[in-house]
Design a protein around this ligand. Structure first.
Ligand code: SR1
Ligand code: MG
Length: 408
């Protein structure tokens, strides 16, 4: 099936020797640590260190979805999209994106800064960590990318070329199917607990949900606002706390293979949905203070996003037509769309094929209420988003539903 060689323990050293960008960073003749750590749904990820402690992360896209195996073919060209997003985003926010060292279009390999002294944020949250500053960092990242890759920052032709280069239809189809369509219209991949079947059926028969997801999918497929990350859940963020404190000293957004020119509120909605899932876990475990902190992340991300975008606004290319009122109306629209995309992103992890650990690792008697709560927040959010779409309102709505729906 594949017409390129996959990396493994036996051929990695040779591969490094063949690439000066890599052999200058790590001693291929003295690899002391080799680990395959890919825990996502799609790729192989290798972490390497030599005995002097020089480290490297190498990732290879397979021609199929790793989660299911060869039965679900998938373009390995997604590695090019990840490389493009990493380098573009790194230029805009160097402290918030790993450095890319190499992209190999023959073997769909990218090599980047090793971050094994960081933790995947989802794991840190599941472990009960507090990571103050991470949500704010992600808001700043989305704001910088939202402005810096948009037509507010680019020349007309540059913008058109950037959209063309970032077209990523095969990967976007995964999102269109798994996030917007299948939670409502089963394609044989949905799974819920028996106790949540009535919740799923109510969700699928909800006319307002159906209308909202139709709009969300259309916006996702047609709105070329910015080179978004495209899969910005807490499993796509690395965090590292300052030793002995609750405060992060480093945060990085990674795994941007779903990147394309799309609606920028999609990235905000993904973050909001994942904060709510983390809060649902905490409420289910009876950790209400921790849950409250997790819900406060919604506001932290939004405020940092808004501040970053407002800071850059004076540099927009065409203030003749894009005045300050236009900025206010954009911000209001993005806030409301963030609710919409959050609704999509939280419900897909409950009903659809790819789950998240926050909820899945709960014992069933607690998972039932957490899953029900998330589906109810999703249904309520699409109703409320046109009236009050503030971040605090989303946090309040979530707290109220998650405490009343919890089980156990
Ligand atoms: C088949 S890929 C399933 C999911 O994993 C990725 O992280 C995306 O969220 C995608 O929808
Ligand atoms: Mg991923």
């Amino acid at each position: 099936m594949a017409d390129y060689e996959f990396l493994n323990k036996d051929n990695l050293a040779d591969y490094i020797r063949s690439k000066p960008e890599l052999s200058s960073r790590i001693n291929a003749d003295d690899i002391a640590k080799f680990e395959e750590v890919g825990d996502g749904n799609l790729n192989m990820v290798f972490l390497l260190a030599d005995s002097e402690g020089k480290r490297l992360c190498i990732k290879q896209a397979l021609p199929y979805v790793r989660m299911t195996g060869e039965g679900w073919p998938m373009t390995p060209d997604r590695a090019r999209h990840e490389a493009l997003a990493l380098s573009t985003h790194h230029e805009l926010t160097p402290d918030l994106v790993p450095e890319l060292y190499l992209y190999d279009p023959q073997r769909y390999i990218i090599a980047m800064q090793d971050l094994s002294d960081h933790k995947v944020w989802r794991q840190a949250l599941c472990d009960g960590e507090i990571n103050d500053g991470a949500a704010e960092a992600m808001g700043r990242y989305v704001g910088a990318v939202a402005f810096g890759t948009s037509l507010f920052a680019l020349e007309r032709q540059e913008y058109a070329d950037a959209i063309a280069e970032a077209l990523n239809p095969e990967i976007c189809t995964i999102t269109e199917d798994l996030v917007f369509t299948e939670p409502l219209v089963d394609a044989g991949r949905n799974v819920v607990l028996d106790a949540n079947v009535p919740d799923m059926l109510a969700f699928q028969q909800d006319r307002e949900m159906f209308d909202a997801m139709g709009y969300a999918k259309w916006a996702f497929m047609t709105r070329t606002e910015a080179l978004i990350h495209g899969d910005l859940h807490t499993g796509s963020v690395f965090v590292r706390n300052e030793p002995g404190t609750r405060r992060v000293d480093s945060v990085k957004a990674f795994d941007s293979e779903f990147s394309f020119y799309g609606p920028l509120a999609f990235d905000l909605g993904a973050l909001f949905a994942n904060y709510i899932a983390a809060a649902a876990r905490a409420y289910a475990l009876g950790e209400d203070d921790r849950a409250g902190w997790r819900l406060s992340l919604i506001e932290q991300t939004w405020e940092a996003f808004e501040a970053e975008f407002r800071d850059r606004w004076p540099d927009r290319r065409d203030p003749r037509v894009w005045g300050d009122d236009f900025l206010e109306s954009r911000l209001a629209t993005w806030q409301s769309e963030a609710w919409l995309f959050a609704a999509a992103k939280m419900s897909r992890r409950i009903i659809g094929a790819a789950k998240n650990k926050d909820i899945e690792s709960l014992p069933e008697h607690l998972r039932e209420g957490a899953a029900r709560g998330i589906l109810n927040i999703s249904r309520q959010a699409v109703r409320q988003r046109d009236s009050d779409h503030s971040p605090t309102a989303l946090a309040e709505l979530s707290a109220q539903i998650l405490t009343s729906d919890r089980t156990g």
